[in-house]
Design a protein around this ligand. Structure first.
Ligand code: HSE
Length: 319
């Protein structure tokens, strides 16, 4: 008999894409989407530590060495947090999220690694421990921040006021909300997208931004999606500074608005663009508009219709 006999041996974990910022909430807002998502198959092993068995769907771009891989680092951090030194995990990662696209790919892998370990060892870690472990993984790729990790772990729309679980607040998501996400084939490294931002803003701009974020939260609590969309477009600091990094963004904004989009924003640091709509049919029309823009420009891209996800990273027992 071992301490671990009653626990699952293998689990399948799903970790969702996330959008950070939502226009007006630079570094303080993040939302999970139902699709796309990463899948991690995790197995408990007698060998201590984390082994990455295989990664699929990344074109060979992600590190296979667990100490350099976001999922591997987060899984090891979770083992440490649970004080498990005599057992380990073996991970097989299926990337459903495009890499470096602004959809929280590293956060999804990190959330998946942390949740997988927690699931395999009886779920003893609370949400704060899981998020802290996932942040360790995320930090290697894009710095120590939680605006993707928090919604990837807990789902929904999260207001981030610090790194601790007590500083994260779930906001209500209007139930009619749909989204169209479109990723043009251009590279926008997060580091570069942050380097172009102004270091200082005027008091008048600060007042405007604060008003916009307040209005956004007010609109959420009223389930007023039109007002929510208007508030998302209040940003005068971050998106204007980044716009030149994403070809076609202006034309997509126009095409999406003509087809009923409430707001069109940069997803995280880009290059993914996200339009919010009030129905699936409007979201599909917006996708057609995005197709027309990028075909016209001769730029490759991928696009899909999705919805905000109430759940974050989920798991089920396979064996
Ligand atoms: N909030 C971050 C940014 C997300 O916009 O730079 C990217 O990691």
């Amino acid at each position: 008999m071992s301490l671990y006999d009653d626990l699952p041996r293998r689990v399948e974990v799903r970790a969702p894409a996330t959008i950070a910022n939502l226009g007006i909430g630079f570094d303080v807002l993040g939302m999970a989407f139902e699709q796309p998502f990463d899948t991690i198959y995790a197995e408990r092993t007698e060998t201590p530590g984390v082994l990455i068995n295989d990664i699929r769907g990344d074109g060979g771009r992600l590190p296979r060495e667990s100490a350099k891989n976001t999922a591997g680092i987060a899984a090891q951090a979770m083992l440490n947090a649970l004080n498990i030194a005599d057992q380990g995990v073996c991970l097989t990662i299926e990337k459903g999220l495009p890499l470096a696209s602004g959809l929280g790919s590293s956060a999804a892998s990190a959330a998946g690694g942390a949740v997988a370990v927690n699931a395999l060892f009886g779920g003893r870690g609370d949400v704060g421990m899981v998020i802290a472990a996932a942040v360790e993984g995320e930090a290697v790729v894009s710095g120590r921040h939680v605006d993707n990790v928090a919604p990837a772990v807990i789902g929904g729309l999260v207001l981030v006021t610090g790194l601790e679980a007590s500083q994260l607040f779930a906001l209500p998501v209007p139930p009619t909300l749909w989204a169209t996400i479109c990723t043009p084939d251009v590279a926008v490294p997060t580091k570069e997208a942050r380097a172009v931002l102004p270091r200082e803003v005027s008091l008048a701009t600060m007042v405007h931004q604060t008003g916009g974020l307040g209005l956004f939260i007010h609109a959420l609590y009223r389930s007023d999606v039109a007002l929510m969309g208007r508030a998302m477009m209040y940003d005068q600091v971050v998106e204007p500074a980044r716009e030149h990094l994403i070809p076609g963004l202006g034309a997509v904004r126009v095409a999406a608005a003509e087809r009923g989009a409430l707001a069109t924003v940069i997803s995280g640091s880009g290059p993914t663009i996200c339009s919010f709509t009030e129905s699936k049919s409007a979201a599909e029309r917006v996708m057609e508009g995005m197709f027309q823009v990028y075909y016209g420009m001769g730029i490759g891209f991928s696009a899909q219709v999705t919805r905000p996800a109430a759940a974050g990273t989920t798991w089920r027992v396979i064996a």
